[in-house]
Design a protein around this ligand. Structure first.
Ligand code: SAM
Length: 303
């Protein structure tokens, strides 16, 4: 790691835990770096689909031991670019969110516009806009949601490099670049990073102020890191399985320790009772009443 490269931290090299199919996967290294430097308490994502970006944010926060809530918004019905899909997608996202990020991820199913009143203005540190990608759609999402972001927060726009098939986020991005501090990634369909108000975090300030040669180096480094994610994504199901096997193994170890403790307590209780029986049998009254017990054994039994 180059110490003068302010845009690279240990987090930039982390491998995500979950790799659902996504056009966003090459941005995971930057997502982890951003969570590290911005330390957002509240994140809103417009467009979660199978969950890649949402899990990437949540996983980075978890590994940083940073408390963060991410509201993941989607109709979970699909759209003309993402394709339309069934409830299995929502169920798979919910299963992972419940199991691995129960404290941080909140799934909000519905239309973005309908969910907007749930959020107060200036209450969010990071907004990720990745819903429908037509120009009017992107403008609508931006217009409706930009006021949730606090001063000093950040908005991410995905697909700013896509220019075909009805994609129009690039047009909105060109307008925003004129009036706001921004940074543009071209790889992975393009990711736009925009500051809202005054940026507080020093590495982010430097990102937005980077000159052209530095910006090219930043883009080159994150494109390479993203390509590695793409490559290593193939091994991800194995590493996820390993992670959960380890969790399972440590739960089993806990169970074994608990059962051993219970067995120890039972052994102690049994030893105590055995001693009581011995004490009773050797007591005078037990010996005196022995003929009575013998008589009861030989006398006919009466109901
Ligand atoms: C490109 S996908 C999101 C990809 C995701 N961020 C990832 O990491 O793979 C867009 C999602 O936005 C959802 N969507 C689009 N417009 C929406 C709207 N107006 N309200 C709710 N969901 C919407 C679609 O259902 C789709 O799942």
């Amino acid at each position: 790691m180059n110490p003068s490269a302010f845009w690279l931290r240990e987090t930039s090299y982390w491998l995500p835990l979950h790799f659902p199919l996504s056009a966003w996967n090459t941005h995971a290294p930057f997502a982890a770096w951003l969570i590290d430097v911005l330390r957002p308490a509240s994140v809103v994502e417009l467009g979660t689909h199978m969950g890649f970006s949402c899990f990437a944010f949540a996983e980075a926060a978890a590994r940083l031991d940073h408390p963060m809530h991410i509201h993941a918004l989607d109709s979970w019905e699909g759209d003309d670019h993402a394709g339309f899909y069934g409830d299995d997608v929502f169920n798979s996202v919910r299963a992972i969110a419940d199991r691995d990020y129960p404290e941080s991820i909140r799934l909000v199913r519905g239309w973005f516009s309908q969910s907007r009143p749930l959020f107060e203005d200036a209450s969010v540190d990071l907004l990720h806009i990745d819903g429908r990608h037509g120009y009017e759609d992107a403008v609508q999402d931006y217009e409706e949601w930009r006021s949730v972001v606090r001063d000093g927060g950040v908005i991410l726009f995905h697909d700013i490099a896509e220019r075909g098939r009805g994609f129009g986020v690039w047009q909105l991005w060109e307008q925003l670049e004129r009036d706001h501090p921004t940074f543009t990634f071209h790889h992975g369909h393009g990711l736009g990073v925009m500051a809202v108000g005054d940026v507080e975090a020093e590495p982010l300030r430097r990102l937005f102020a980077a000159d052209e040669p530095t910006s090219d180096r930043i883009r080159g480094d994150y494109e390479r890191l993203g390509a590695e994610i793409d490559l290593r994504g193939g091994f991800a199901p194995i590493s996820e399985e390993l992670h959960h096997s380890r969790l399972h193994a440590s739960q089993l170890e806990d169970d074994v320790a608990r059962l051993e403790q219970e067995a120890e307590e039972l052994r102690a209780a049994m030893a105590f009772l055995e001693q009581r029986v011995r004490d009773l049998e050797s007591s005078t009254s037990w010996r005196v009443t022995a003929p009575l017990r013998a008589a009861r054994r030989v006398l006919p039994h009466r109901d």
